[in-house]
Design a protein around this ligand. Structure first.
Ligand SMILES: [Zn+2]
Length: 482
């Protein structure tokens, strides 16, 4: 739409990882591109790297509609409220005014329905959203563009989900795309299949819990946390009474310091950490009595929204609900909300070495509550860090993944922390399509696109996907925009 007098903007996000070197101060986040011709903002999904700069877009004077799917319309004000509180202002009145503006502009568009954005003398543009299977509400965007006498269909993938990811239906390829803009986060990697990674998750958790201690899973509050809860609930349902072996069994099944954990201890319960956790110390650790903690108010809020929006779940998940299961609210699950409870939980778990699985954000360890857990727990070999998502170059998560297994250190808030905790990764839980999934998405388009632009990934991932795409769709010109 570069030469057109009118256009749309697809997503308006914050940078992540090394991209942050481009700046994250208010001045750098300011909108530095022309917006007068932008008739609408279309939001593919509510991850912060796709929506984080919307307040700046409004501040720059953008006054068009914000078009997104129905679930995204519910989640967008929530995620932006959180982002505003952290990075923008503590002024409650200002936050409410920005959120009011956003709510007034949002146009919820049902999946599969065409929506006319503008029809002007020189051209017109319609958009349609299709399920992208990445997080709840995620969409890829089909645009029918008419400019003069030329008409074409341009498709923007947004972030595409992996097939067989828990909870959400997988994306179907578009029926047509003359030009395609596609993400490449995992353009150079494939994922483990669903069953393999499910049992890998089980094996890693069991191994990690053998010596007591906490298994810390850094996870995005939206999407990844809910997928993990879904999978863990499934493991609990399948393996309920199966014992999780304890290396210190016989002496101290909890692997904990008895002076810190009396038999009737209820400190976890006192700040809302699983009452189920108060099992007698003589009792063995099983899947049924394993404590799962989600320590994140944002994740708690989004887990609730996920629960409320069951019509958008896939068939498998809805069948579980019909059978009486509660994939996102099982009894072993404890949610920590207040900051004080969070600090207590960190201190208690770090000292007690009680076997426990903690899911906390942010997913790449670049901020959020997971940082306090890392500071308290990385130095103890009984603890484990389990990565289940993409770690961008330059993030603490990537550094822990790289240097942890070599006995290295990581810098958190300007200080070095030695990594003695074991570091694991189960790759298949990425909410992003793997290389094969991306290729299948493109190959599934009946008439191959004449042009494909690869965006949203490391250079290596982009180049790898480019090479593959040039082979599978030789008709297409495959570009990596600079
Ligand atoms: Zn995303």
């Amino acid at each position: 739409m570069a030469n057109s007098p009118a256009g749309i903007l697809i997503d308006c996000g914050l940078f992540q990882g090394q991209e942050e070197s481009r700046g994250s101060s208010a001045a750098d986040l300011a909108i530095d591109f022309p917006i007068d011709h932008i008739r609408a903002l279309v939001v593919t999904h509510v991850h912060i790297d796709h929506v984080g700069r919307i307040p700046y877009l409004l501040a720059a004077g953008f006054d068009g509609p914000i078009i997104c799917s129905e679930p995204s319309a519910i989640m967008l004000p929530e995620i932006l409220e959180d982002a505003l509180k952290i990075g923008f202002t503590r002024d409650r009145g200002l936050i409410n005014r920005v959120l009011g503006l956003i709510r007034a502009r949002v146009v919820p568009l049902p999946y599969g329905r065409w929506h006319s954005v503008f029809e002007e003398e020189v051209g017109s543009l319609k958009v349609r959203l299709q399920r992208a299977g990445h997080i709840l509400g995620s969409a890829y965007v089909e645009c029918d563009v008419v400019s003069g006498t030329a008409a074409e269909r341009i498709v923007f993938s947004g972030d595409l989900g992996a097939p067989h990811s828990p909870l959400l239906p997988e994306p179907a390829p578009p029926e047509r795309a003359d030009r395609l803009v596609i993400e490449s986060t995992y353009g150079d990697k494939n994922h483990e299949d669903r069953e393999t990674r499910r049992y890998r998750l089980k094996a890693v958790l069991e191994h990690a819990l053998e010596d007591g201690g906490t298994v810390l899973i850094p996870a995005f509050s939206i999407g990844r946390t809910q997928e993990l809860l879904y999978e863990i609930e499934g493991l609990i349902a399948e393996f309920g009474d199966k014992e999780i072996p304890q290396a210190t069994k016989g002496s101290d099944p909890l692997g904990s310091d008895p002076t810190l954990l009396p038999a009737t201890d209820s400190r976890l319960g006192a700040f809302g950490v699983s009452p189920q956790g108060d099992r007698p110390r003589s009792e063995s650790l099983t899947w049924s009595n394993l404590e799962i903690v989600v320590d994140s108010p944002l994740a708690a809020e989004f887990t609730k929204i996920y629960r409320d929006l069951k019509p958008f779940w896939d068939e498998e998940a809805r069948a579980l609900v019909a059978a009486g299961r509660h994939p996102l609210s099982f009894e072993q699950l404890t949610v920590i909300n207040s900051h004080e409870d969070h600090l207590n939980a960190v201190e208690y778990l770090a000292k007690s070495h009680r076997p426990c699985v903690v899911i906390a954000g942010s997913g790449m360890c670049a901020g959020g509550r997971v940082v306090n857990y890392l500071k308290a727990m990385l130095g103890d070999a009984r603890n484990d860090v389990l990565f289940v998502g993409y770690q961008a170059a330059g993030t603490p998560g990537r550094n822990i993944l790289t240097y942890g297994p070599r006995g290295g250190w990581v810098e958190l808030d300007g200080e070095r922390y030695d990594i003695r905790a074991q570091v694991h990764t189960v790759g298949g839980y990425s909410a992003h399509a793997g290389q094969e999934d991306l290729l299948r998405f493109v190959e599934g388009i009946p008439q191959p696109p004449s042009e494909i632009r690869i965006v949203h990934g490391d250079e290596a991932a982009k180049r790898a996907l480019q090479g593959k795409l040039q082979k599978v769709v030789p008709e297409a010109e495959v570009l990596i925009p600079g």
